[in-house]
Write a protein of this length. Sequence first.
Length: 461
Amino acid sequence: MGDIIAMVGRMIGKQLSRWTLAWFAWALCFLIAALGLGVVGLAGPGAWSTGLALAAVHLFALGWLGMMMLGALIQFTPVLCARPVAWPGLALSALLLTGGGTAVLAAGFLSLEGWGPGQGLLAAAPVLLAAGFGLAGAMLVPTLIAAKGLAGAEGRMVVLALIALAGLWATGTVMAAALAGAGLPVSLPDAMPAHILLGAGGWLTLAAFGVSYKLFAMFLLAPETDGPLRRAVFGGAGLALGLTFGGAGLALIGRGALPLSLLAALAGAASAGLYLAETARLWRSRRRPQLEVNMRWSRAALAFLALSALLLPAAMLWGGRWAEAAIFLALAGWLSTLTLAQMVRIVSFLTWIQIFAPQIGRRPVPLVSDLTDARATGRWLGLWTAGVAGGTAALAMGHAGGFRLAALAMLLGALGLGREAWAIRRLRHLDPARRPDRLPPVILPLPFQGAPHDRPRSLRA
Ligand code: HEM
């Protein structure tokens, strides 16, 4: 118990962000919408360029994964940097603009299906997204810089991820303008690999690397060391990002960029390999013999990362099914399995801190793990993982029916994990005698509960 309290104290202290659960809830809604489109067959093998499929891809990548990542970064950057986040009052506006911008972008893609108003929405979405990302950046970047975050491996990696997010936005915006008929010289086939590398590889994967350095060390009770392996991962990632920016720049002025994107993919795959070696080192040095459910299933996510990195060169050279399988493995396998497994743990942590941390020393408090049903969580994560494996096989074989079945398994897994998060918020797995009389809201924050820095200045004590 003592170690958990100490860990909680180190991890969150008094820096609880008020909107984290709202970021997570909105992200889960986007995930369910995207998978729903997959289940009914509107996105699947060989059919990713229709308006509805592009909507599904972006609901998944930007809505589900991007919003989970931004919500988690706003919560954990203060932990990575050991100082309060800058401008905490911007979190709600960032949430509304990012969520709204993603929904508008998805609706805008319907212009490709002949829906007239979609053109205007496609033009408006990048503006909303720029405002949302900008506000989130205004919270995160000064916090990382002021805390000399660049000196730590995790902070450095998050800064690289945020640079990739800016590049992702720029490539997406130029492509959206070209689709809306702006008559730009951009070469879309050349811009696409850079766009996908910046999104799945740069922004999401590098942010996941940075956050996982801290979370894995905490959950495994392993010593944190910023050794040569971490510096090599950073070097490889920086090189890959530089080459991707070069490729994107060439594509945006209408020049061939595929050789540069291929080199970027190779550097990215090598960096992923080094990250996996570093994670294996961390795993071996752990002091927690019995792995908790979030860490057990994180191994599946790491295996998907390895597979996706191995497929990357083939995806760049031959495209088609190779590319579909590699991108799906990265987005649904590596990033989503990791996110879903850690989401359950983070929700129970936040719930425990909100409800029980103030009672420490006054009455016996439960363990964080008492709030979760580890077996049910494991079953839903197992179903999700089986769905991802089936979906990858279906994409590799071009089997539309198999992909719909896999999407259904993933949808059920996601719904089960969403239900589990809800049960944690309601303390359903805790003996009723140990539950407090009143529980906080499931998603929205209590008015002005949370950290003092998160309140309007006029209401601070
Ligand atoms: C993590 C974030 C993102 C990921 C992983 C991602 C991924 C993708 C993928 C895989 C495609 C190609 C689908 C296909 O045709 O096979 C695509 C296309 C596209 N993306 Fe994104 N994207 C992301 C963010 C964005 C953002 C922020 C914008 C806009 C600001 C955007 C705008 C577009 C546009 C306009 C296209 C269509 C290009 C065309 O069909 O010619 N994307 N994206």
